[in-house]
Design a protein. Structure first.
Length: 147
């Protein structure tokens, strides 16, 4: 009987963080300018691949190499929503950059947020989902080679 009580208590305690993580799932938007102004972002992303959000104008496209999506999550514990979202965005942008380099592209255009299949297009902001424990972004864009 004691083992059953102990097992039930343990199961209840293990389920608690899952319930807390699902308790909040807010979709927010944050400025891209704040993210791209960070020195660590500029250093890690480099300048081999250019990024164009929404309907930003860009040079003429010589070849279209495919549309790709990157879905990234990060630990949101003890971070503001914006801090956690910027970490997730950082991972997503690195993923898009790496895909462009792998395919021989020099840019990713028409980048949109697509968190939980909710499209959000903006030249100045991105969408992020933040909960008590996790934050995540989904970014979608087209890898291209300019003329």
């Amino acid at each position: 009987m004691t083992r059953q009580i102990l097992a039930a208590t343990l199961m209840a305690l293990l389920a608690l963080p899952v319930g807390m993580a699902q308790a909040r799932d807010e979709h927010s938007t944050f400025p891209l300018e704040d993210f791209f102004a960070r020195e660590d972002v500029q250093n890690r992303l480099g300048n081999e691949v250019k990024f164009y959000f929404g309907e930003q104008s860009h040079p003429a496209v010589a070849s279209r190499l495919g549309e790709y999506q990157s879905n990234k999550k990060t630990n949101a514990f003890n971070k503001t929503d914006q801090e956690a979202c910027e970490w997730a965005l950082f991972s997503a942008m690195l993923s898009l950059r790496d895909r462009a380099l792998q395919l021989g592209g020099d840019a990713v255009v028409n980048i949109t947020s697509n968190y939980r299949n909710t499209p959000f297009t903006s030249k100045t902001e991105y969408m992020c989902g933040a909960g008590n424990v996790l934050a995540g972004v989904t970014m979608k864009g087209e890898v291209v080679k300019f003329e």
